[in-house]
Ligand binder design. Structure first.
Ligand SMILES: *Cc1c(COP(=O)(O)O)cnc(C)c1O
Length: 426
């Protein structure tokens, strides 16, 4: 067995190319190989347990190996693992679509499935664009996005991305967009000016509601989202809400849009949709958009888009079980006090000289460190907390805290203390 563990570490370096990773650095280190999990803990092949402080990249909700989701998946495996939605329907995808339409902001009644957050956004962009083309508004083509936006890594979603470090190198192979300057109310003001002058040529505005996650948890002022929704309505521009990160309870409500009573034209969901079990995404839209694609076939206005694993029954079964656990365990009700506790505890970080700022929106939190991004202090803190049995993943100089919603107050306390110590030790 000892041999196998050594081989696995060797083979990882030999065969696997890791995402968002400078492999030159990776090869210098021994990889941490995860082999099993229990609740909010991950276990490596050497038997060490680590608290999953970033919910396995923002996806896990109720903990790993949750008995209810596990059982639902096992049951689904015994019936059907995959069948296509191209020309056929399947049971779990129907039930899930109905459930999602039931909990989403008002008006979002049509569900288009894909596999990940990038494709969920990509689909919304293509639908929004084609909607206007189908209506013969041929010049209504421009896409507007926020500065520092992140909507995924496929070229369509990179086109509406605003993080230079990730996106700049691709600028010659992406489509042209309009980036809104400024942040918060400044950006809203700029949006109003833009729409007044060029609204007739703008197809859609894409936003991350309330908090821009990948930008380092940039929090938006209360009311800005609602105002942006009013402006897009006034100037007949479609609103795409990318809730890939904020959806499924992260901000304290099921969806971030619900804090401001906003119903977008498109709602993009992925990460937490299956509780962190399987890749699945959904782009929800309205009857109005859906009807904009209903024509005789020979007019060629069909939405010609689909992914092979669209509506995968296993993933849909996991998502249904995930939503059942939300109800059964009253996850959102229990989250309220934990969000308050997190907010109170985060204040102590201001006492650390290396801390430049602390941000929180619901159960999403970030600690920004002072210094040059190239020093990668975030990565060093995340490395430092490993010895306290905690796994984290930073964004540049920002330490991200995104534990599963199911974490207990004591565990949260431990996590915060471990991060505090790791920063002190820098
Ligand atoms: C993670 C993320 C995406 C991309 O999702 P993937 O599943 O990684 O493709 C898109 N938008 C937001 C807001 C995200 O946080």
């Amino acid at each position: 067995m000892k041999n196998r563990r050594a081989y696995l570490k060797q083979w990882d370096k030999k065969y696997v190319w890791h995402p968002f990773t400078q492999m030159k650095d990776w090869l210098k280190d021994e990889p941490l190989v995860i082999d099993s999990a229990d609740g909010i803990y991950l276990k490596d092949i050497d038997g060490n347990a680590y608290m999953d402080g970033v919910s396995s990249l923002w996806v896990n909700v109720h903990g790993h190996r949750h008995p209810h989701i596990d059982a639902a998946l096992k049951k689904q495996v015994d019936r059907l693992s995959h069948s296509t939605l191209l020309g056929l329907a399947n049971t779990p995808s129907i039930e899930l679509a109905r459930r999602l339409a039931g909990i989403a902001p008002r008006g979002l009644k049509k569900v288009f499935y894909s596999d990940n957050g990038s494709t969920a956004v990509e689909i919304a962009l293509k639908m929004a664009y084609q909607y206007w083309q189908n209506k013969a508004k041929k010049n209504k083509t421009a896409m507007v996005h926020l500065s520092h936006s992140y909507h995924g890594d496929t070229l369509g979603s990179v086109s509406v991305g605003g993080i230079d470090l990730f996106h700049k190198v691709y600028r010659k192979i992406i489509f042209k967009t309009i980036a809104l300057e400024g942040h918060g109310w400044d950006a809203v003001e700029n949006l109003e000016k833009l729409l007044r002058v060029r609204g007739r040529r703008i197809a859609a505005l894409v936003v991350e509601p309330l908090v821009q996650g990948a930008a380092g948890m940039l929090v938006w002022p209360q009311g800005a989202l609602k105002k942006m929704r009013q402006l897009t309505q006034k100037y007949d521009v479609l609103l795409i809400a990318d809730e890939v990160a904020t959806g499924f309870g992260r901000t304290g409500k099921m969806f971030a849009c619900q804090h401001e009573g906003v119903s977008p034209d498109f709602l993009c969901l992925a990460k937490g949709l299956t509780g962190g079990y399987l890749p699945l995404a959904a782009t929800l839209t309205t009857q109005k958009i859906y009807d904009g694609f209903l024509f005789d076939y020979k007019e060629y206005k069909t939405f010609f888009h689909g992914h092979t694993y669209t509506g995968n029954p296993l993933a849909c079964a996991a998502a249904l079980a995930n939503l059942e656990v939300f109800q059964k365990e009253r996850t959102l009700e229990k989250l309220g006090p934990k969000i308050k506790f997190l907010g109170k505890k985060l204040k102590m970080y201001y006492n650390l000289p290396l801390v430049a700022g602390v941000r929180q929106e619901g159960f999403m939190a970030a600690i920004e460190l002072k210094g040059n991004p190239d020093d990668r202090l975030g990565a060093r803190v995340c490395r430092g907390v490993r010895k306290y049995g905690v796994i984290l993943r930073p964004l540049g100089n920002v330490v991200v805290l995104m534990p599963p919603l199911a974490i207990s107050a004591e565990e949260l306390d431990y996590l915060l203390a471990a991060v505090f110590r790791a920063i002190e030790e820098l």
